[in-house]
Design a protein around this ligand. Structure first.
Ligand SMILES: [Zn+2]
Length: 245
């Protein structure tokens, strides 16, 4: 029977509590790592790199999500142990490590891989990746059950996308021309090339704008988009004005 039984557990509690706070600082490292993986994946889409490469980033994200879960569950187990000790005020110091371990294995026994995909950051990643791919006209890999909201997303992407970018070249347009039929605008040279090469093969040219169902774009339907040209000129002027100041 120890004479220090009253004060000793509180000392151990103190060390557990400081362990919790350093564990929590690990969480910000995991978050930062996930941000990096997300940005790499988005860059891959933007540079039109092969789709397998950003699938690899998806696996990295899942690994981070697994780390995140492990850490959270460990913190939960340590916190639970601390609370239990505070509540029970045991005479002798229990084996803290086995108490933590016991709680940890209980919670880990319910883990399943599907839960990792419900990680907040991972879902955010998938969401942004999907809208980026739509914006760049890439095919979403055959993900099941993820198509429901695509119409809404198309609209959001179209609205937020800058109007100066040609849907064919993905570059800022120099000579924007508007299709009188569906109202979409493209770089003059790019759309003309596209129509001519389709017509050579006796095919109709689809409107390259994502979400547009117009299936027969003709050269005669194209008119210079003067309003947009003016808008672009004044925007470029604003940029150069602010740079010269
Ligand atoms: Zn169109």
């Amino acid at each position: 029977m120890s004479s220090r039984s009253g004060s000793a557990p509180s000392l151990s509690l103190g060390s557990l509590e400081s362990a919790i706070s350093s564990l929590k600082s690990c969480q910000s490292c995991i978050n930062a790592g996930m941000d990096v993986a997300m940005n790499v994946a988005f860059d891959l889409v933007e540079t039109q790199t092969k789709v397998e490469d950003e699938n690899c980033m998806e696996n990295v994200m899942l690994e981070y999500a697994a780390l995140d879960r492990e850490l959270n569950q460990y913190i939960w187990a340590v916190e639970g142990t601390v609370n239990q000790l505070k509540r029970d005020c045991p005479e002798t110091i229990p084996d803290l490590q086995s108490m933590v371990q016991e709680k940890l294995s209980t919670v880990q026994s319910n883990n399943c891989d599907a839960d990792l995909k419900k990680n907040d950051k991972f879902m955010q990643f998938k969401e942004q990746l999907r809208s980026l791919k739509q914006q760049y006209g890439l095919q979403e890999d055959s993900a099941v059950g993820e198509t429901e909201d695509q119409v809404d997303e198309d609209m959001i992407v179209t609205q937020s996308q800058t109007n100066f970018i040609c849907p064919i070249t993905q570059l800022e347009m120099k000579k924007p021309v508007k299709n009188k039929v569906c109202g979409h605008t493209y770089e003059e040279e790019a759309i003309k090339k596209m129509i001519q090469s389709k017509h050579k093969r006796k095919k109709k040219a689809w409107c390259p704008k994502i979400g547009c169902s117009h299936s027969d774009v003709k050269l005669s339907d194209l008119v210079p988009n003067l309003a947009l040209r003016r808008e672009m000129e004044s925007s470029n002027k604003r940029v150069s004005d602010s740079q010269s100041k």
